[in-house]
Design a protein around this ligand. Structure first.
Ligand code: NAD
Ligand code: MG
Length: 394
């Protein structure tokens, strides 16, 4: 049967890679809905090529413009915008599979809608799980959804584990998330005060959106991934380790109780975990290049330097603190990264914003159980982080 797919964030790096994989298998997949924030030209081109039933623009002005352009082109895609449009397409009865590829906490509400509607949910949007935590997993369970990780590290671990999650706890001693170390892996930490957004976004191994590129440079991406792994694999945080592996060939590892180590390898290309998620439990052509180990540089590994990457340790600290603290950390980091990208604060000040926000915003008990409470906490943390950005840039 053809899978009808809704791609949340279709104009982004993961969104376009998802369409690339789907294009290889027109007999298996149909694009049913596409969503984007405000890039009208990219969305118009995607709609003309893929002819989805719905296109959502979360920015209303962009929605009007797209509607007009599609009408002029004689296309039948219906354009939705405004509050509730993402949730509507993510939970629509005609949709089988939802690719969650929005960046940031903005993706949480449509993820929850897809989870509650029992979709096959392919999760690239790690911030949604970092903010949603237990609430997110409760929604998956209540809706009977199938949650499949797309983040390459978590896909790697998932691929190394048996299908039945009931068996995981007995089998896993710990997991090792690999990290490339980003563009500043070998740079003198003292010189990080002067790096530019362009330097931070020039990742050595992966081509990605700007926010995750900056997160890779600070290693906040790995911090978010530690939190993501805690929820996806139901692991206590001390069982999660991070190792720098500059070649990005081993995408992560499971260390079993008997000390056997299972790893998943491949070229650094998100099309592999995307194809795995789309076709699960089958395997299909992904379009990624093949791994040739005879031509690969020697694989190396070392521990991350806490001086160079002070943000990484915040993952374990936030997980040990009150419920909701990971949401505060994520909100602070989104604000800080945006401020760095627009030139308001320095690269090293991203960590300052994150630390000060964590100190200032303490979640109330009970925040775990409601989306409204989590979103209010997210908004409070953003206001606090913005105040710190203002002070730092004064
Ligand atoms: P991107 O910036 O390239 O694309 C983001 C997409 O989300 C775009 O389609 C954009 O229109 C949409 N969007 C942005 N803000 C929005 C908002 N407020 N409301 C609704 N839609 C919005 O990002 P990306 O690199 O594709 O990353 C997407 C997600 O996948 C992130 O959570 C990232 O951490 C995760 N991820 C990405 C990669 C990668 O290789 N790019 C790898 C692993 C995980
Ligand atoms: Mg990753």
């Amino acid at each position: 049967m053809v899978q009808r797919v809704c791609i949340l964030g279709s104009t982004g790096s993961i969104g376009t890679s998802t369409l690339d994989v789907m294009a290889l298998h027109p007999d298996r997949f149909q694009v049913w809905a596409l969503t984007a924030h405000r890039r009208v030209d990219e969305m118009l081109a995607q709609c003309l090529q893929w002819r989805p039933r719905y296109a959502v623009m979360t920015d209303a002005a962009a929605g009007s413009r797209l509607r007009q352009l599609l009408r002029e082109a004689g296309a039948r895609t219906e354009v939705l915008d405004g509050p509730g449009a993402l949730e509507l397409v993510a939970a629509h009865p005609d949709v089988d599979t939802v690719m969650a590829a929005i960046v940031g906490a903005a993706g949480l509400a449509p993820c929850l809608a897809a989870a509650r509607a029992g979709k096959k949910l392919l999760l690239a949007n790690k911030e949604a799980l970092v903010v949603g935590g237990a609430l997110f997993l409760d929604a998956v369970k209540a809706g009977g959804a199938r949650l499949l990780p797309i983040d390459s590290e978590h896909s790697a671990i998932f691929q190394c584990l048996p299908e039945d999650p009931q068996t995981w706890a007995d089998r896993i001693d710990r997991i090792v998330l690999t990290a490339s170390g980003g563009p500043f892996r070998d740079r003198d930490p003292a010189s990080l005060v002067e790096v530019t957004p362009e330097q931070a976004c020039a990742h050595p191994n992966w081509v990605m959106g700007r926010k995750i590129s900056v997160d890779s440079a600070t290693m906040m991406n790995k911090a978010l991934e530690v939190i993501e792994a805690r929820w996806l694999f139901d692991l206590s945080p001390e069982r999660i380790e991070v190792l720098i592996h500059p070649q990005s060939i081993i995408h992560s590892m499971v260390v079993c109780r008997d000390h056997s180590v299972l790893a998943q390898l491949g070229t650094p290309d998100m099309k592999v975990p995307i194809a795995y998620g789309l076709a699960y439990p089958e395997r299909i052509e992904s379009g990624a290049s093949r791994l040739d180990l005879t031509r690969t540089a020697a694989l190396s590994f070392h521990e991350p330097d806490p001086q160079r990457f002070p943000g990484l340790g915040l993952a374990w600290e936030a997980l040990a603190a009150r419920h909701g603290t990971t949401a505060v950390l994520n909100a602070a980091n989104e604000v800080a990264v945006a401020a760095f990208l627009d030139g308001t604060i320095r690269f090293d000040q991203i960590h300052t914003v994150n630390l000060r926000t964590l100190e200032a915003v303490l979640p109330e008990p009970g925040v775990r159980d409601s989306l409204e409470a989590l979103l209010a906490l997210d908004a409070q943390a953003r206001r606090q982080a913005e105040a710190t950005v203002l002070e730092l840039s004064a």
